[in-house]
Ligand binder design. Structure first.
Ligand SMILES: [Fe+2]
Length: 386
């Protein structure tokens, strides 16, 4: 038997209308004044009102912080914590996409332990207890609701710092597919592809184990059943629920293993060229899978997943071809169209080798390997045009 240690998971509360259980969750963890960390888009969608009306009915006080930004940086977290210090809260709710949840987690670090986010880069560096946290995702993709890490950009360099602590993990994650109906279609597409990448990278990474592999496989099946409907904007509430659960399972797989070279090569594209995370990951994913496909164990997993696709009637294609077909449907455009220049490849490759998660790719990635990978990604046409 392999050697591994599992990480805890939040209690999951799921199903259409699950948000109605928010007040009960807050009461169960002893909260009386909740800080809701969210953004203006979620306010406009009416989700904040839906959440706060339930808290009011239950006699629970709340304060809303709606100034969350996409890909939050150190200064964003500092601002959120300064706001939170001005109100006496005893519980934090992250309501929104990955950025709201990361901001909520980051705020919790600074509010309870002081200092700056860079002090917590790594794992388990917070000494004092943290406030109980409830994650309520309104997108289906990041899986942040099931992870003890806040991903915060370093001001200036845009380096992504993974700041993790078991105390930062949500006590509850409320998975209500009705909340994901308000996602703009471009967000739905990119978060779905990110969730797929999470399932596929965790499934083959060198940190995988029996526990994480079970989550990866279940995540893959849920995502495979619903992703085409999400990409073509024809998702039913059932599809949205499958995608939301798939994304959460992917998050649990990441929490209990690692990612791989698609994320390692995507992060520099985001930092240097501003590509949205899901887009950068999705574009790099099939190229990384072709590299990994020569690893016998990775290939076994890919073959197995491909057979599952056929057996369940989701697609009749080998796994990597199916991923490329999905990218064709998503019509993401090429790296070239996104403004990525071949001259930047050496710098991108240098940055990619420094990404922690790349070290767990099934095939070891050198700087030369990343150069080749970026070249392939830049030279390939978008799947929709081939
Ligand atoms: Fe991701």
């Amino acid at each position: 038997m392999e050697i591994f240690t599992t990480r805890p998971s939040p209690r999951l509360v799921g199903g259409p209308g699950a948000l109605s259980q928010l007040a009960d969750c807050v009461k169960e963890i002893g909260g009386s004044h909740v800080l809701i960390v969210t953004d203006l888009g979620i306010v406009s969608a009416g989700h904040v009102e839906r959440a706060t009306s339930r808290l009011s009915e239950a006699g629970i006080e709340f304060t809303v912080y709606d100034a969350t930004h996409e890909s939050p940086g150190e200064s964003d977290i500092k601002a959120a914590a300064e706001f939170a210090r001005g109100v006496e809260v005893d519980c934090i709710v992250g309501l929104g996409g990955g950025s709201s949840m990361d901001t909520a987690k980051g705020c919790n670090f600074l509010l309870t332990n002081g200092g700056a986010m860079s002090d917590y880069k790594g794992y388990a560096l917070a000494r004092s207890p943290m406030l109980p946290f409830i994650a309520v995702p309104t997108t289906a993709g990041t899986g942040s609701e099931c992870q003890s890490y806040a991903v915060i950009s370093r001001d200036g360099s845009h380096e992504k710092m993974a700041c993790g602590d078991p105390k930062a993990l949500a006590k509850f994650a409320i998975l209500d597919p009705e909340l994901t109906e308000s996602m703009p279609q471009p967000v739905a597409i990119l978060t779905a592809l990110d969730a797929l990448a999470h399932a596929l990278e965790t499934a083959v990474c060198t940190r995988r184990n029996a526990f994480s592999s079970a989550f990866s496989r279940e995540a893959f099946l849920r995502i495979a059943s619903s992703i085409e409907a999400v990409l073509t904007d024809s998702a039913t509430l059932e599809d949205r629920g499958e995608m939301l659960l798939g994304a959460a399972f992917s998050g649990l797989a990441i929490e209990n293993s690692m990612l791989g070279a698609a994320h390692a090569s995507a992060n520099p594209l985001t930092a240097r060229f501003g590509l949205v995370h899901g887009k950068a990951v999705a574009i790099m994913l099939p190229h990384v899978m072709r590299v990994n496909d020569v690893d016998p164990e990775a290939r076994d997993t890919y073959d197995h997943y491909g057979e599952l696709l056929t057996r369940r009637g989701y697609a009749d294609l080998p796994l990597i071809d199916w991923v490329e077909a999905l990218l064709g449907i998503a019509d993401l455009g090429s790296l070239d169209e996104a403004g990525v220049k071949a001259a930047a490849i050496p710098e991108l490759a240098g940055d990619a080798t420094k990404q922690w998660t790349g070290q767990f790719n099934p095939r070891a990635m050198t700087e030369e390997g990343f150069v080749l990978l970026y070249k392939q990604a830049l030279e390939s046409l978008t799947p929709s045009t081939t």
